[in-house]
Design a protein around this ligand. Structure first.
Ligand SMILES: [Mg+2]
Length: 472
């Protein structure tokens, strides 16, 4: 049985709902058609029941059961409540899109809708069925990362810049890594800007960047469409210039309206997306076009602060259609696999600040990853990360690219790195020793993750405090 304890983040069960099932108890739930169902935390794989004579095929891909047929019931048992924030859809008792099964209340779908769903199911290519395993978290490597890995896949915000400013030292550190033989690629979920516009922005920070060094989620989406439907296929754009440029690059033909019978709809954020575009996109999808979204980011950073991102606009369309989009951007694998292909990477290293997008995406694509502390997620987030969000390496920033990485030695419950030792005892992680702060963090993480994986979550508050005090 796998258990993902998240220390300090246990979610209370709502008083007005039945308790979460435990152990082998299975929970019958009604799941809307076209949703991806997380069963990673389930103690048993989903088992399907036919409802009103319909068959219930469920393909499984790396912890996700795709539900492509309407009005079915699956049974899922959770050992732990899943972490809803990490997945697009999570089946929970009375939450999200899943409710306790109520067969009497089910409306049988019309034959037309069933056929539309089947068509979509046959067409799905959203996730790789199999990917190589990434190196294990907190791996040791004796040579500098910049010579061990041939291409850096860099997330932008929180890694090379924060808002209007470059991350301190990043331009020099990237130049040094480049001198050491590592090629630098920049990858972004942002579909509104062309690679040249992104490169120009990066050059304004003094970063060495050309348009061919940049890969966007719009390119990843266009590549998916081209691979499935072929060059010259008609595509409807719910988005802007970034997507148009990507379609052109992959020799796809943009059409102006759902009346032009597009085979695919590609949706990505652009400031000019309006209701007419969203509505026409929905019409095309309901008429059978396959739906691709560049990403599901719920917010985007703007000069005025946070603003609604593509994920909100996808939800708007989703309200009017019966399927989910195939998603190109992080944490889905296509953006990373497209980047590997375009940058011709043999040994890529994904570098990011966010566990739920950058690191999760790297793990799903089977790519080694480096988490840096210059962005959104913190050491505390790392400590509570479930296995699929744990990076291969952790470091303060991009200076790590030209350094080797120490691993953690584990023996008899003791986790040692540099001058530090961490053990989990009495429900918390105890950290002793001295030396490099990140060696201390590695020892702490190793102990916290081992504790969580054995079902005995350990609190890291005090150990983290010790490291913070060290940082002065
Ligand atoms: Mg970031």
């Amino acid at each position: 049985m796998r258990q993902h304890h998240r220390p300090g983040r246990v979610q209370p069960e709502p008083a007005d709902q039945p308790a979460q099932p435990r152990g082998a108890d299975l929970l019958p739930v009604h799941v809307q058609c076209g949703v991806a169902v997380l069963y990673d935390d389930a103690v048993a794989l989903p088992r399907a029941q036919p409802v009103r004579g319909l068959l219930v095929p469920i393909g499984t891909e790396r912890g996700i059961a795709w539900k492509d047929e309407p009005h079915h019931v699956v049974q899922i048992g959770f050992s732990q409540p899943p972490d809803q924030g990490r997945f697009q859809h999570v089946v929970r008792w009375g939450r999200d899109r899943a409710q306790p099964a109520d067969l009497a209340g089910d409306e049988s779908p019309g034959a037309e809708r069933v056929e539309a769903q089947r068509r979509h199911a046959r067409n799905r290519t959203g996730s790789p069925v199999s990917a190589p395993k990434p190196p294990r978290p907190l791996s040791a490597i004796e040579e500098p990362l910049a010579s061990a890995y041939d291409v850096a896949l860099l997330d932008l915000d929180g890694v090379v810049y924060v808002g209007p400013d470059a991350v301190a030292g990043a331009p020099d550190q990237l130049r040094t890594a480049s001198d050491a033989g590592m090629r630098i690629g920049y990858i972004t979920n942002n579909a509104s800007r062309s690679p040249e516009a992104v490169a120009e922005h990066l050059r304004s920070f003094g970063l060495p960047a050309e348009s061919e060094d940049v890969v966007t989620s719009a390119q990843a989406a266009a590549r998916l469409v081209a691979a499935e439907f072929g060059a010259g296929s008609p595509v409807l754009v719910v988005g802007g210039e970034g997507i148009r440029a990507a379609l052109e690059e992959y020799e796809l033909r943009e059409v102006r309206s759902s009346d032009d019978k597009p085979v695919a709809v590609v949706q990505g954020f652009a400031p000019e997306v309006d209701w007419v575009m969203l509505a026409d996109g929905a019409h095309a999808i309901n008429a059978g076009a396959k739906w691709f979204a560049t990403n599901l980011d719920m917010t985007i950073p703007t000069s005025g602060g946070r603003a609604p991102g593509n994920g909100t606009l996808v939800k708007a369309v989703r309200a009017a259609v019966d399927v989910d989009p195939v998603v190109a951007g992080k944490p889905e694998p296509p953006l990373l696999t497209t980047s590997v292909e375009r940058l011709d990477a043999k040994r890529p290293l994904m570098i990011g600040d966010r566990l739920d997008t950058d690191i999760a995406g790297a793990n799903r694509a089977g790519i080694a990853s480096l988490w840096v502390a210059t962005g959104v997620d913190t050491a505390a987030d790392l400590a509570s990360a479930p296995p699929q969000l744990r990076p291969t390496y952790v470091a303060a920033g991009l200076a790590a690219l030209t350094e080797p990485q120490p691993g953690v030695e584990v023996a008899r419950g003791k986790h040692r790195c540099g001058g530090w030792e961490a053990i989990a005892a009495g429900g918390e992680v105890l950290l002793t020793g001295d030396g490099d702060r990140y060696d201390g963090l590695r020892a702490l993480l190793s102990a916290a993750w081992a504790a969580a994986d054995s079902g005995k979550a350990a609190d890291v508050t005090e150990a983290l405090g010790k490291l913070d005090a060290r940082a002065g």
